[in-house]
Write a protein that binds this ligand. Structure first.
Ligand code: 13P
Ligand code: SF4
Length: 346
């Protein structure tokens, strides 16, 4: 089975059995026990997730091992363990529930994180989210904890919590290079969401000026951005949502519409080609591909397929040891909190 993330280039996606966002592809990996091998055309954390959710005898293959995610790399397990110890100094026993049964802090990690981080979260009563279920997951966490430690993407955390009514003053940032993350103990005690200092370099490029320009040049334009964009950009847009949300919004538009989209260029170009009745363009005029997604060159895909035909298993991604079981627990909590819309079959 070949899985393709929405950000893959067309020459790769045309070979995929399923195309979708990270949530949909995680469940596609879980749902095809008959596939001997799963070739994941996406980035490293997605392949790790597929390995965690598929059967042990299924091999998950990443066509280029250098296809990582710079945002996922911004939360390193040692930094996160260190953060947790500092939070223990502030709050005491982080596993001890109060009189209402809620613990001081629930860790929530974005899917865009290493298996080690997912394992950490699973061990400490936490959960994974993606951009398509972040609100549901935060509601889950607030039922169990006084506050959330959210990593690695500050923007998804801030945008989601703000939409749920959490005031910005109650969302201090945690900079792993500073004592107490650069906050005071009082800020942390008063907080509802502690935001890790991470971001996506692709989505950080979108600006309010680009939205203003799109509105000036295309009266009536519908602006949709990914929630990894900075808060000001999400606030200035008409809507924000995951890659699958963006695809569905365009698919469901009954009238010919002009869409300005704030996400990775390969998806925007594909949508523009698939829906010629609409005018669809990327908000950033200097096109912004995700350079690590782009490392899945079609030549690598051909190579891993040829290797499989020859009876070899190249570039296998396996999550083992102490990490795998708690990481799977954190993922299963997410899947139980909100089942996804199935990935598109090509
Ligand atoms: P989705 O969860 O929307 O697929 O996004 C993943 C991602 O890496 C966005 O930059
Ligand atoms: Fe990571 Fe950003 Fe690329 Fe998504 S677009 S895979 S968050 S670097």
């Amino acid at each position: 089975m070949i899985l393709g993330h929405f950000y893959q280039r067309e020459e790769v996606v045309q070979h995929a059995d399923y195309v979708g966002d990270s949530f949909q592809l995680a469940t596609a990996a879980k749902g095809r026990a008959d596939a001997e091998a799963i070739v994941f055309c996406g980035v490293h954390f997605m392949a790790e997730t597929a390995d965690l959710l598929s059967k042990p005898e299924q091999a998950v293959i990443l066509p280029n091992l250098a296809a990582g995610c710079s945002m996922a790399d911004m939360a390193d397990i040692d930094q996160v363990e260190d953060c947790w110890e500092q939070l223990e100094d502030v709050f005491g026993d982080l596993d001890a529930p109060d009189e209402e049964g809620r613990v001081p802090v629930i860790p929530v990690t974005y899917m865009n994180s290493s298996a080690a981080i997912k394992g950490f979260v699973g061990r400490h009563g936490g959960i994974v989210c993606t951009s398509s279920n972040a609100q549901t997951v935060l509601e889950w966490a607030f039922q169990r904890g006084r506050r959330v430690l959210f990593f690695p993407d500050q923007h998804l955390g801030r945008n989601t919590a703000k939409a749920m009514g959490v005031p910005l003053e109650q969302m201090p940032m945690w900079n792993p290079r500073r004592a107490l993350g650069g906050s005071t103990a009082t800020d942390l005690v008063d907080s509802r969401v502690i935001l890790w200092h991470g971001f996506c370099s692709v989505h950080r490029r979108f600006t309010v000026d680009q939205i203003d320009q799109a509105r000036a040049e295309h009266p009536g334009v519908r602006v949709i951005v990914h929630p990894e964009c900075p808060m000001e950009v999400v606030d200035a847009a008409d809507e924000s949502g995951s890659t699958e949300y963006i695809r569905r919004a365009i698919d469901e538009a009954a009238e010919p519409t002009t869409f300005a989209i704030g996400t990775e260029i390969n998806l925007v170009r594909r949508l523009a080609a698939q829906y010629p009745q609409h005018e669809i363009f990327c908000l950033d005029p200097v096109v912004c591909p995700c350079s690590t997604m782009y490392r899945i060159h079609p030549g690598y895909l051909a190579w891993v397929l040829e290797e499989l035909v020859a009876g070899r298993t190249p570039n296998r991604i396996t999550v083992t040891g102490d990490v795998a079981d708690p990481a799977r627990v954190a993922l299963e909590r997410m899947l139980a909190a909100k089942p996804p819309v199935p990935a598109g079959v090509r």
